[in-house]
Design a protein around this ligand. Sequence first.
Ligand SMILES: Cc1cc2nc3c(=O)[nH]c(=O)nc-3n(C[C@H](O)[C@H](O)[C@H](O)COP(=O)(O)OP(=O)(O)OC[C@H]3O[C@@H](n4cnc5c(N)ncnc54)[C@H](O)[C@@H]3O)c2cc1C
Length: 408
Amino acid sequence: MDWNDNPEQADFRQQVATFIGERLPPEYRRRAAAVDDGAGEGLFAWYADRISDKQEDRDAAKQWADALAERGWIAPHWPKEYGGASLTTMEQFIFGEEMAKARAPMVGGSGVMLLGPTVLVHGTEAQKAKYLGRILSGEVAWAQGYSEPGAGSDLGSLQTRAVRDGDEYVVNGQKIWTSAAHMSDALFALVRTDPDAPKHRGISFLMIDDIHTPGISVRPLIDAAWGHVVNETFFQDVRVPVANLLGEENRGWYVGMTLLDFERSGISGAVEQTRALNELVETARTDARSQLKRSPQLRARLADRALDIEVSYAFSMRIASMQAAGLVPNYEASMGKMFGSEAGQELHRVGIRTFGLYANLWPGDALAPLAGKHTRGYVRSIPSTIAGGSSEVQRNIIATRGLGLPRG
Ligand SMILES: Cc1cc2nc3c(=O)[nH]c(=O)nc-3n(C[C@H](O)[C@H](O)[C@H](O)COP(=O)(O)OP(=O)(O)OC[C@H]3O[C@@H](n4cnc5c(N)ncnc54)[C@H](O)[C@@H]3O)c2cc1C
């Protein structure tokens, strides 16, 4: 199998790398050069930077968004006519890989990745005109309000209620795990509009333009690594214009699922793990505290991580190749997501073992090996085996849709 770029792909890769080399703002260059101790907001770095107290963060977010926008690379997968770059699937794969190698933040988050493509499929012309431009300019950052305390894996059980009152819906209920809601301007949500219909048929998709609308309150959920990424979001008599319904009333489940169909290859995970593995090996060579010299078992576990990364890379390539061939990855996407997130967790586990008791030192402690990245990274890697569909749910999908086994 030849996985090398063809000449056009190699040329495109070079263009992306040159662009990043020339245009990535100094603040992002500085962060990329430092050990990533996991303190940043990860996928939501751009959300945090655009509202940061520090001028250099805000400048970096703006400069980078402007630079990407010149090429249509804020939303490289959107059609050119809507401000994207109409990149082919393999170009998107290459773009994502080069961005991850440079640790260049993605701009636009859930608006670009999730909402925009759904508006393109289900939106009216008026909705496309209203929403797409503001996502692309970085003017509006969106949060995703799907999960509820009683509806995560079984999302169809969601209870947040929207009752029609003239030209408005009145929304009451609660969402949970709303990533970056405290840094967002707007929120899209699945709500129940017909409580008497079978559970997947009484749901609608609403775009709530202003997350500060009276009646919405966002409360932080501090994670096990003392970080604030996720929130609880409460709705009390929140009025949302009917014009903000995406797709038909009570067909929101299918609208919402379109959004989940825009599978990404997940290539950034394999790139980040490669960097973390190389960094670990380099540090262990010179750090006297490393157990690698003493423990053949640990060396074997580290070697297994190198294999994991190759497998993750192969999964990502498979997903991208399927999409390039016009196929929709299904259980293949579950395999990639599950394997990649568990491999990331295991890599951090080995990173911790490498430094023995010193790995108990938390980031911020001058003696913490690799700035404590594996200690915090391990804690942070647990949610990534849950977010976007837990490992158990992915295994169910692989068993039923992949292996054809009956549902348990
Ligand atoms: C960091 C993070 C960020 C997130 N961001 C968002 C966001 O921005 N917006 C949003 O809407 N949601 C978000 N989520 C929610 C996420 O989608 C849910 O956490 C996930 O779908 C699991 O749902 P749950 O937490 O309700 O767990 P549950 O569904 O209650 O699952 C509990 C346990 O039971 C297992 N389980 C459940 N069903 C089955 C089954 N059929 N077979 C076997 N085992 C099963 C699960 O694997 C899990 O171990 C986020 C979650 C995390 C952790």
